[in-house]
Design a protein around this ligand. Structure first.
Ligand code: PLP
Length: 464
């Protein structure tokens, strides 16, 4: 069944009264993430199927965000829904201290797609606790306290993960004292807005690596347990690393005895057109964190994939961490079904195909035609349009960290996308396009046509 057929099959009649009731209860009792509670009006959603979701008013949207970049196989994949139902009927839950068939199978499948030498999985509930536990492993393994991460990153909302985060969500937490004092930051590569005055990818790679090495030396290499990097930076801009950068990070980690943790919570499980984003650069990290796409978020799940060397540290030494729901059978059954479906339906290959044949050429053409597009960049089903007021100065369409009135131009662009039935993700001055990896070509082109119209709104804010 195609996405469109699924959507047509499943969409029920509009029911605005029910939608109103959902909203009223939400406003009365639900506390929302990252929000001033009186300033949000969450759209009540009645259902979803394939690449679409719909409200109670009869509007349906192409999901160009995959929610929060997690429904990599789209909504309500029948085989994954059936696997969850089957597992629920058989064994909903069991303590992590027992062995469980679906947990073992999920771990085997996950490691089968990881680089060689990473053969164990510690399961967590989602991404932030995957990061917390990867850092915990690195600290015990090295006996060192510090962690270095990049500005322009997001790693989660728990204490260490939010301190590691290189975007403004960290600031309010630090002010509130929610903080890990052994975390430091550095600048990663971002040629379009180079921190290193670079004009070529080769210069950006060389200078970003030199800056990282200087940071290591001045922080004291013997104090640093881990460097943690999103392989392709997600929320903070879909920043694809230039050739040689990740290999250079690996070499620095080897030189100074530092654990290299690849955060693939967003970039992993096919998002970039490879099972793990790191596969594009042929680099082997020591630990990989994952969540989201592992089971498309049908049941919360995350984890850490562990190298043999770090696993050896804990063969006869207690790992000082654990979670009540580590390797939850329902979540693991969903992962087994999701990975199986991704293989059978060649979903990762579809993401790569969409990237090369639909997103790359169309977005580059938009960049030529729309003066508000400073840069179009991405890989697979992972794309961003860096919107600007002025192409020469590259001044951002809205400032870094903009919210409220300062974000009005981006809100207008987003509203135009939604008016045309397409739901992308925006972050500061960027429109980010991260559809389900199995979106059809026709739906991808339909969504891009809506983006084209929304860019005409962005063009109105361009200053001569
Ligand atoms: N790491 C990255 C790269 C992410 O994008 C996210 C969430 O968006 C996280 C970690 C945190 O994951 P979670 O929200 O599941 O805790």
């Amino acid at each position: 069944m195609t996405d469109s057929a699924l959507a047509a099959h499943a969409v029920p009649a509009p029911d605005p009264d029910q939608g109103k009731a959902v909203s009223e209860r939400d406003r009365a009792h639900v506390f929302h993430s990252w929000s001033a509670q009186d300033q949000v009006a969450p759209l009540p959603i009645a259902g979803a199927s394939g690449s679409r979701f719909w409200d109670y008013e009869g509007n349906n949207y192409l999901d160009f965000a995959s929610q929060l970049v997690f429904t990599n196989i789209g909504h309500q994949h029948p085989k994954v829904v059936a696997a969850i139902q089957e597992q629920a009927a058989r064994l909903c839950t069991i303590s992590p201290s027992f062995a469980n068939d679906k947990r073992s199978e999920a771990a085997e499948l996950i490691t089968s797609h990881a680089p060689e030498g990473l053969n164990r999985v510690f399961f967590t509930n989602a991404g932030a606790d995957a990061i917390e536990n990867a850092v915990r492993m690195a600290r015990v393994h090295t006996g060192r306290p510090k962690v270095l991460t990049a500005y322009r990153s997001y790693h989660g909302n728990t204490a260490t993960a939010i301190t590691m985060t290189g975007d403004p969500r960290r600031w309010a937490n630090e002010i509130a004292g929610h903080h890990d004092s052994a975390v430091g930051h550095f600048f990663g590569p971002y040629l379009y807005r180079s921190h290193f005055y670079a004009t070529t990818e080769a210069e950006e790679t060389e200078r970003a690596l030199d800056h990282l090495e200087q940071t290591i030396v001045f922080e004291g290499s013997g104090t640093i347990a881990a460097i943690v990097l999103e392989t392709v930076v997600g929320t903070n801009g879909i920043l694809v690393p230039p050739p040689g950068y990740l290999a250079g990070v690996r070499a620095l980690c080897d030189k100074y005895g530092i654990v290299y943790i690849a955060d693939e919570v967003m970039a992993g499980f096919g998002r970039t057109g490879a099972w793990f984003a790191i596969d594009h650069w042929d680099v082997t990290p020591d630990l990989i964190t994952f969540a989201k796409g592992v089971n498309s978020g049908y049941v919360p799940l995350g984890g850490v994939i562990i190298s043999d060397a770090i696993h050896d540290t804990f063969r006869n030494r207690v790992f000082p961490g654990g979670l009540t729901y580590s390797g939850h059978p329902l979540a693991c059954a969903a992962a087994v079904a999701t990975i199986t479906v991704m293989r059978e339906e060649r979903i990762v290959e579809n993401a790569a195909w969409l990237g090369e044949n639909v997103f790359a050429p169309t977005l580059r053409e938009f960049a030529e035609r729309h003066p508000s597009v400073g840069e179009a960049r991405g890989i697979g089903a992972f794309w961003a349009l860096d919107l600007v007021k002025n192409r020469d100065s590259r001044e951002m369409l809205v400032p870094y960290g903009a919210s409220g009135a300062a974000a009005a131009p981006m809100n207008a662009v987003l509203a135009e996308c939604k008016k045309h039935g397409t739901w992308p993700f925006t972050h500061f001055n960027r429109l980010q396009l991260t559809p389900p990896l199995n979106m059809s070509e026709a739906d991808a082109r339909k969504g891009l046509a809506a983006i084209d119209k929304a860019l005409s709104v962005a063009d109105q804010y361009v200053e001569a």
